[in-house]
Unconditional design. Structure first.
Length: 282
């Protein structure tokens, strides 16, 4: 089995069992509904579950999910394309978390994201489509389905290197992609913002943080710094010459904030002039 995890520096071997449940996918809100987490196998009807979860956040909070974290071994072709089209139409970002994996038709769902993010330890795996005969139990290559997936992913702008590896990998095997296979894929090194990502970039970068109010996602883009459901202006930013971390800061309603992406201690800090609150991030 070919097993290269998404990484710019090292390969990590991971089995499909590490993805977690093989049951039907679930869609859970996090970060106060700003994000959804999809976990489990892709089955028919999942798009209705996703639609319900997304609209529940829209109705309850007044804003809709902006990103979806994917952790799935794949599943049904038609159901996967339906999920991908939903994500594409809504303009949702797709993310494969630090300890998560996305394989088979899940990769088409990932490719549909308006912005695609992974971590050095994320696992993104491809293979051609296959089928199992309901009567004999024997499996075989589903060439027509493989062609349909390849064409769809090409329409989404997926690099040829990814599509080629998908086509050439047998249905009973899997090829784990490297960062070099997917040019333009945004790799977050534990919240690290790559040097080529200046503060003025239109491409957002993000990190997950945890504090007294629970877990939330911070997104730094040309529009500013989004923390939970609030936007703050970025009035200053620099890269630490010692740690390689990027630091951004700006005003809040009652004081100031500082966001540290990457380095040994990624974090969010809020100050009201009297107290300093620090949330740890990754």
């Amino acid at each position: 089995m070919k097993s290269l995890a998404i990484t710019t520096a090292a390969a990590l071997i991971a089995g499909m069992a590490a993805f977690g449940s093989a049951e039907a996918a679930t869609f859970e809100p996090i970060a106060r509904g700003k994000s959804l987490v999809m976990s489990g196998k892709v089955v028919p009807g999942d798009v209705f579950m996703l639609d319900a979860a997304a609209r529940a956040s829209c109705d309850a909070r007044g804003y809709c999910p902006e990103r979806i974290f994917l952790n799935s071994p794949g599943g049904n072709f038609d159901a996967g394309i339906e999920l991908a089209e939903f994500i594409r139409r809504w303009g949702i970002h797709t993310v494969v978390g630090e300890t998560d994996g996305c394989a088979s038709i899940c990769v088409a769902i990932f490719a549909a994201g308006s912005n695609k993010v992974a971590f050095p330890t994320s696992r993104i795996g491809v293979h051609s489509a296959s089928f199992v005969d309901a009567y004999t139990g024997q499996s075989g290559e589903a060439l027509e389905t493989t062609v349909l997936i390849a064409r769809y992913m090409k329409q989404l702008g997926t690099p040829d290197t990814v599509i080629t590896k998908m086509i050439l990998t047998p249905g009973d095997d899997i090829t784990w992609l490297t960062a070099n296979d997917w040019p333009g894929l945004e790799i977050i090194h534990a919240g690290y913002v790559a040097p080529e990502q200046p503060q003025t970039t239109a491409t957002s970068v993000s990190m997950t943080c945890s504090g007294e109010r629970g877990q939330y996602v911070v997104v730094w883009s040309a529009a500013g710094m989004q923390v939970r459901d609030r936007f703050y202006a970025v009035t200053g930013s620099h890269r630490s010459p010692k740690t390689g971390a990027w630091v951004a800061n700006g005003p809040t309603k009652y004081g100031t904030y500082a966001a540290v992406f990457g380095g040994p201690n990624p974090r969010m800090q809020f100050s009201n002039g009297k107290e300093l609150v620090t949330d740890q991030c990754w």
